[in-house]
Every structure is written in C-alpha cells, then in structure tokens.
Design a binder for this molecule. Sequence first.
Ligand code: HEC
Ligand code: HEC
Ligand code: HEC
Ligand code: HEC
Ligand code: HEC
Ligand code: HEC
Ligand code: HEC
Length: 406
Amino acid sequence: MLRKRHGKSTAAVILSALCTVILLAATSDAPSAPTAGAGPRAVSTPYVVLGFNDLGMHCMNEDCSELLILPPFNNIHAQVVDRTHGSPEIVTQGITVEYVMPSNTRSSDKTNFWTYSQALLGANIPPDVGVTGSKLSGLMTRTPGGNDYSVIGVPVTPIDDAGRENPYPLATVTAKRNGVVMGTTQVVVPVSWEIGCNICHNTPGISTATDILRKHDVLHGTQLESSKPVLCAGCHADPALGTPGQPGVSNFSSAMHLSHAPRMEQAGLANECYACHPGVRTLCQRDVHLARGMHCNDCHVSMEAVGDPVRTPWIDEPKCGDCHQADHPTWEFEEPGKNFKESRGHRGIMCASCHGSPHAITPTITAADNVQAITAQGHAGRIDTCTVCHSQTPDDPFPHRLSDDD
Ligand code: HEC
Ligand code: HEC
Ligand code: HEC
Ligand code: HEC
Ligand code: HEC
Ligand code: HEC
Ligand code: HEC
C-alpha cells in the first residue's frame, strides 16, 4: 500500500514538556468521585459527553528498578455538547468535568515506579500521582487552544484493583453544572506493559534489563549497568517525555528502530512491531483497519522508516488523509499542522470524539472500545447518528469539515 509522505507537523501539542511539569507534581486532593449518573445516558438527556484517550495504547514499564522507557501516563479528553438548542453547542465554560477510574483506584501497589521516580526523574512524586501531578480521579481542565476538557498524565496501570490484567480499563467522565450531573460517558484508558524485550534479551542468569544495559555498555562504551536505574531518555532525546537528550546522541525512537531493524527475524513474529509494542496478547491496534486486514506497516511502512532520523518522533505520524483523501477529495481530514488526536472536524467536534482513539478507530474488535458509541447511539462504529448531538436530524447534508470558510 502506498502512502504519501506527510509534511512535518508543527503542532507539538502531544505529551507536554514532562520534565518541567515533574517539578510541579501537585499534591492537592482530587474531588470526590461522582456518585450519580454513571449509568448509560438516556437518549432524551439535554447534553452529551464524548471522550477519548489520545494514544491508542500507552506502554509503560512495570519494573522500573533497572531502566525506564516510559512511566505511567495516559491522557483523557472529553467534549460536552448541549443539544437543547436549534443547533448543537459545544460547552466550554460554566461546568466541571470529572474523571474516575472505577476499576483502578490505585497504582502504587502494582508497579514500583514510585520507588524509583526520584532516582530516575529527580522528583519525589507521591504514590498514585503521575509525573504531571494528575491522579486516578480528579478534575479535567480546558485544553489550551481547544474546545475540550482534558487531563494529562493519569498514572493508570494495566492491573485492576482485583489484580486482574486489563489493558482497556474504562474511565467514567462526568460533566456537571452547579453540582448537577449533565451527562456522563465511559472512555477506554488503554495501557500495557507487554514490552517484549525479553523475547531476545534473555541471557540466562541475568534480568532482561541487565542484559540490555550490559549490551549497551559493550557496544557504546557507556556505564549504564553500574548507574541503575537508567532513564533512556536522559541521553536520547524523547519528545514523549520532553527531554532534549545529549548532543550527538540519536533520538530514542531512531536509536531503537534503526539498530533493531536488522535483528527482527530472531523474534519470529508475524508482526515484528509486537516484539516491543504491546503486543501479541494486548493487540494495541484493534480497530476497523485490523478487521480489514491492515497492520502496523500498512501505515507506518517499516522499522527503518520509523527510525529515519529526519522524522520528529511522536509528531511526524501517518495521517488519515494520506489514504482517505482520494475517496473524499472535498473533505478536510487532519487540520493543517496537526495530527488526528488534536484535530477537529464537523464544526468543532474532535475527530476522535466520533471515530475513537488512534489504533482503536471504531468499530473495534474489543468490546470496551465500542461502549461509548453503543451507549450514545445504540450501535458500534463512528458516531453517525445526528440526534446524538442535534435535537432533530438536520435537513442539510452532513458537513464533515471543520468549517465552511477554509
Ligand atoms: C528481535 C530481537 C530483539 C528484541 C525484541 C529486542 N532486542 Fe535489543 N538487541 C537485540 C540484539 C540482537 C542486540 C545486539 C546484541 C549484541 O550485538 O551483542 C540488541 C541490542 C540492544 C541494545 C544495545 C544497543 C544497540 O546497539 O542496539 C539495547 C539498548 C537494546 N537492544 C534494547 C532493547 C529494548 C529496550 C528492547 C525492548 C523494547 C529490545 N532491545 C528488544 C535484539 C532484540
Ligand atoms: C549515558 C547516556 C545514555 C543513556 C542513559 C542511554 N544511552 Fe543509548 N546510547 C548512548 C550513546 C552515546 C550511544 C551511541 C551513539 C548513538 O547511537 O546515538 C547510544 C546508542 C544506543 C542504541 C544504538 C543506536 C544505533 O543506532 O546503533 C540504542 C538502541 C540505545 N542506545 C538504546 C538505549 C536504551 C534502551 C537506553 C535505556 C536503557 C539507553 N540507550 C540509555 C547513550 C546513552
Ligand atoms: C526493538 C523494540 C521495538 C520494535 C521492534 C518496534 N518498536 Fe516502535 N518503539 C520502541 C520504543 C522503545 C519506543 C518508545 C520511544 C520513545 O519513548 O520515544 C517506540 C516508539 C514508537 C513510535 C512512536 C515514536 C515515533 O517514532 O513516532 C512509533 C510510531 C513506533 N514505535 C512504531 C513502530 C512500528 C510501526 C514498529 C514495527 C515496524 C515498531 N515500532 C517496532 C521500540 C520498538
Ligand atoms: C490505519 C493506520 C495505522 C495502523 C494500521 C497503525 N498505526 Fe500507529 N499511528 C497511526 C496514526 C494515524 C498515528 C498518529 C495518531 C495521532 O497522533 O493522532 C499513529 C501513531 C502511532 C504511535 C505514536 C503514539 C500514538 O498513539 O500516537 C505509535 C507508537 C504507533 N502508531 C505504533 C503502531 C503500531 C505498533 C501498530 C501496529 C500494532 C500501528 N501503529 C498501526 C496510524 C496507524
Ligand atoms: C495507509 C492508509 C490508511 C490510513 C493512514 C488510514 N486508513 Fe482508514 N482505511 C484504509 C483502508 C484501505 C480501509 C479499508 C477500506 C475498505 O475496506 O473499503 C480503511 C477503512 C477505514 C474505515 C472504515 C470505513 C468503512 O467502510 O466502514 C474508517 C472509519 C477509517 N478507515 C478511518 C480512518 C481514520 C480515522 C484514520 C486516521 C486515524 C485512517 N482511517 C487512516 C486506509 C487507511
Ligand atoms: C460528528 C462526527 C464526526 C467527526 C467529528 C469526524 N467524523 Fe469522520 N466520519 C464521520 C461519519 C459519519 C463518516 C461517514 C460519512 C460518509 O460516508 O458520508 C466519516 C467518515 C470518515 C472517514 C472515511 C472512512 C470511509 O468510509 O471512507 C475518515 C477517514 C474520517 N471520517 C476521518 C475523520 C477525521 C480525520 C476527522 C477529524 C478531522 C473526522 N473524521 C471527524 C463522522 C465524523
Ligand atoms: C457529536 C456531535 C454531532 C453529531 C453526531 C452531528 N453533529 Fe452536526 N453539528 C454539531 C455541532 C457542534 C455543530 C455546530 C453548530 C454551530 O456551530 O452552531 C453542528 C453543525 C451542523 C450543521 C451546520 C448547521 C448547523 O446546524 O449549525 C449541519 C448541517 C449538521 N451539523 C448536520 C449534521 C448531520 C446531518 C449529522 C448526522 C449525520 C450531524 N450533524 C451529526 C455536532 C454534531
């Protein structure tokens, strides 16, 4: 499958400059959990809440005692639409938007991240608080420059409070005005630590992490094994963590993908990306494209292409428009300079509010990812029922674009 090379995106709105916010790790108390309105939304309610996680799957390390690739860090977004008027209005003031993780109220007994956060990140982050100060429940705030509410860096793990593995835990998001529930939705907050380095880094007698650090030291003259725990992004620039890296050292994504590209046969996997990305068990890509037989490299091309040092990792990503523009030449897909997860279509509704998260474009093969659409409109798939937001089905055709005047 051919894909046009997309332009370099300037919108670095993704995971914000983590290092600076680490220092601000908040200690304020989260508001109490919503006690009402957590059930399915009745179709007659005047408001609708649609939410999404902005990464299709966040990977984090379970054991951070030797090395850290990525910490617990999920982002939830939600839009609130008032459907009581002639045309829908996106509500951006005078309300509060809360999130809770009913199945995952604790994380600090599930990963040792908090034991090593000081050594890894230079910040003493309180247990169950994420690197930006967010907790497992709390208030969402207006996204700067957007018309949605969001929370950045929720420290959720793939283990629920009963000890079961669940990479697709549901958050309940509730909008309130003057303390009265306006609407609620359920959003998958996907997270996994199925990072399969052990498929190849399995020297008997030492841990996978020690094997990795020792090989790094031998091949690159470093002393990582004696400096545990090691933050990889401390030397390799990583836009996901906002670290600048050291001059002359390759960015983290490029280092990983380019050096491993010729080694992948050893893993013996049908989908080589699942050697490190979660994973054969987790299926981070679980969307309508997978159902149509498409896999990672149909969109991301190859390990070498992902590792191309001219890319800005996390920002220069595939675009829906690369492939779908041909069928819909008059539509706008991603907004100029933005990725899917930040873009809005249909008069200000975010793409992901209707289509789901990247890699979980609905209808998905996982039940949890279809919950929101089924609750809102009675069937899985993109939100295509006008009366989810409009008080009546409009006579005019559906404008998929953000606006008329561009
Ligand atoms: C398909 C097999 C495979 C997988 C999966 C794999 N590695 Fe490797 N890795 C290798 C091989 C082979 C080497 C080279 C060993 C040597 O030359 O001694 C290596 C070397 C490394 C090195 C040394 C630096 C270098 O030059 O590449 C690091 C660091 C590393 N791997 C990290 C990781 C991490 C982190 C993961 C999981 C996210 C991972 N690897 C998964 C096969 C693999
Ligand atoms: C103290 C600084 C430092 C730290 C910390 C560090 N690296 Fe490196 N790494 C380097 C240097 C220097 C090189 C060699 C130059 C280059 O390839 O950029 C390198 C090379 C690599 C390579 C091979 C790149 C290639 O193209 O051959 C991989 C893979 C890698 N590092 C992965 C990791 C991982 C995984 C971690 C965390 C466990 C890590 N690094 C932590 C400094 C560091
Ligand atoms: C050897 C381990 C390994 C394999 C195999 C691997 N990745 Fe990755 N990938 C990583 C790591 C580690 C990160 C996190 C880098 C960071 O934090 O910046 C990552 C991050 C990414 C990112 C986000 C950063 C960016 O560059 O935009 C993309 C996209 C990605 N991988 C795509 C793929 C695809 C597609 C495949 C299969 C062709 C693949 N990866 C195979 C280890 C791997
Ligand atoms: C249908 C196309 C498509 C397929 C298939 C696909 N991706 Fe992606 N991927 C994207 C798009 C689009 C983005 C950018 C999303 C955004 O930033 O809004 C992305 C972004 C990513 C990122 C960066 C983090 C994020 O979620 O934004 C990683 C990592 C990644 N993909 C890995 C993979 C892996 C691994 C697979 C296979 C298991 C895969 N992708 C399959 C289209 C695809
Ligand atoms: C590499 C090309 C490519 C990229 C990138 C891509 N798609 Fe697709 N998409 C396809 C193909 C091919 C199909 C299957 C079409 C078919 O079966 O008729 C498809 C199917 C779909 C469908 C199902 C359509 C239906 O008939 O039900 C939706 C929805 C969709 N894509 C949305 C997206 C979104 C949203 C993005 C960006 C996050 C995206 N696609 C990125 C190629 C792509
Ligand atoms: C209000 C809900 C809504 C929003 C917001 C929305 N879409 Fe859609 N999207 C739809 C519907 C409904 C369709 C099917 C329309 C049709 O076929 O006429 C669709 C179709 C698509 C398709 C084509 C799949 C196919 O069948 O060929 C892609 C790709 C897509 N949208 C991407 C996006 C992107 C990117 C954005 C953000 C810029 C976005 N959408 C915003 C509802 C929405
Ligand atoms: C997820 C919420 C949502 C869904 C679903 C939705 N719309 Fe809208 N629609 C909006 C919003 C918000 C506006 C902007 C209203 C404004 O700016 O005054 C809008 C505006 C419009 C407009 C421009 C005229 C107007 O009323 O302002 C048309 C036409 C329209 N929608 C048609 C449709 C059709 C047809 C469907 C079903 C296929 C649909 N919409 C589904 C949210 C939605």
